[in-house]
Design a protein around this ligand. Structure first.
Ligand code: GLY
Length: 309
């Protein structure tokens, strides 16, 4: 694959600058992008290059996927989170009111260029937060990758590529089996049922939290639930707890359990009394669609918070 700077065919690039932050992943910014494309006379054959983190990938992909019923786009992800997750798999969306990714579509980029030099200037907490999605891929599908991470620790930006590559191959295999998220792709939600609920609680409480910090906590709770209700072995549970605690959001207290449970119940996957989870049986062996009652989930949440925070 050619390097970005070698693409001599990219003449007449017109920048469209977007303010930083998920608060701008909305209809107003999408309208600004459509309007900019229109004013710049972008036709059906225009190419939109989404240079930035996951928010830019989602927003730019959404605008490209709808402008003229869809023009081509390329992702150039500049964060670990975007390189390992957001740029791959064709999910593009904007938030609507307080709902994340409510309006969107599945549309794959023509190319994804992964350039790890961008990561040199990424703040350490963002780097580690993105690395959590890579850890998730190892936990749900590759005991070998997990052992490598445990042995070598979190690699610096100039050593991360082989880890990214393995992790991307895992995600690719899963999304190729279920591109539209009807079944198998839901294993990628491991840690996210609880993680999303924690993110929304923090937003109600005006507390800053990074996506990876919430998902690391979510994976601790969902690993505990796997141990209690799905025969996940105790020695593997201990192993994951000590690894994930380092990456997790730390300010969670027992008084937050009700708020987190409410958030899980509000999740769009949960229609009845039972709550839906992806659980693990062994490291590398995850399955989707397990129903668990609120009492089992409360118990797992309380045990994790009591014992590890
Ligand atoms: N980030 C989860 C997925 O792409 O399905």
């Amino acid at each position: 694959m050619p390097k970005f700077e070698e693409l001599s065919g990219l003449k007449n690039i017109e920048p469209i600058l977007i303010p930083e932050g998920d608060d701008f992943k909305n209809l107003q910014t999408a309208e600004f992008i459509w309007e900019s494309l229109f004013k710049k006379k972008a036709d059906r054959y225009a190419l939109l290059i989404n240079l930035g983190g996951g928010m830019i990938n989602d927003l730019g992909g959404f605008c490209a996927g709808t402008y003229f019923r869809g023009i081509d786009f390329v992702h150039v992800p500049t964060t670990v989170l975007a390189q390992v997750d957001a740029s791959i798999g064709g999910k593009v969306a904007i938030d609507y009111k307080k709902y994340k990714n409510l309006i969107g579509l599945f549309k794959n980029p023509a190319y994804v260029f992964i350039e790890t030099q961008f990561l040199q200037t990424l703040p350490e907490n963002q780097y580690r937060s993105g690395f959590v999605e890579l850890l998730k891929h190892a936990i749900i599908a590759s005991p070998h990758l997990l052992s490598e991470i445990e042995k070598k620790g979190v690699p610096k930006w100039d050593k991360i590529y082989p880890f990214l590559e393995k992790s991307l191959m895992i995600k690719r295999q899963i999304i190729e089996a279920d591109p539209y998220d009807h079944n198998k792709r839901q294993v990628l939600n491991f840690g996210h049922s609880v993680g999303h609920a924690v993110e929304s609680l923090c937003s109600e409480l005006n507390q800053k939290i990074l996506h990876g910090e919430a998902v690391a906590f979510g994976m601790m709770v969902e690993s505990m639930l796997s141990y209690q209700t799905n025969d996940f072995p105790k020695e593997d549970l201990d192993r994951l707890m000590s690894l994930l605690h380092d990456f997790s959001y730390k300010k969670i207290k027992l008084k937050h359990v009700d708020g987190i449970l409410d958030g899980i119940k509000r999740d769009k996957k949960n229609f009845g009394k039972e709550l839906k989870f992806t659980l693990i049986r062994d490291i590398g062996n995850a399955h989707y669609g397990y129903s668990r009652g609120p009492d089992a989930v409360r118990n797992a949440l309380e045990l994790v918070i009591d014992n590890y925070f």
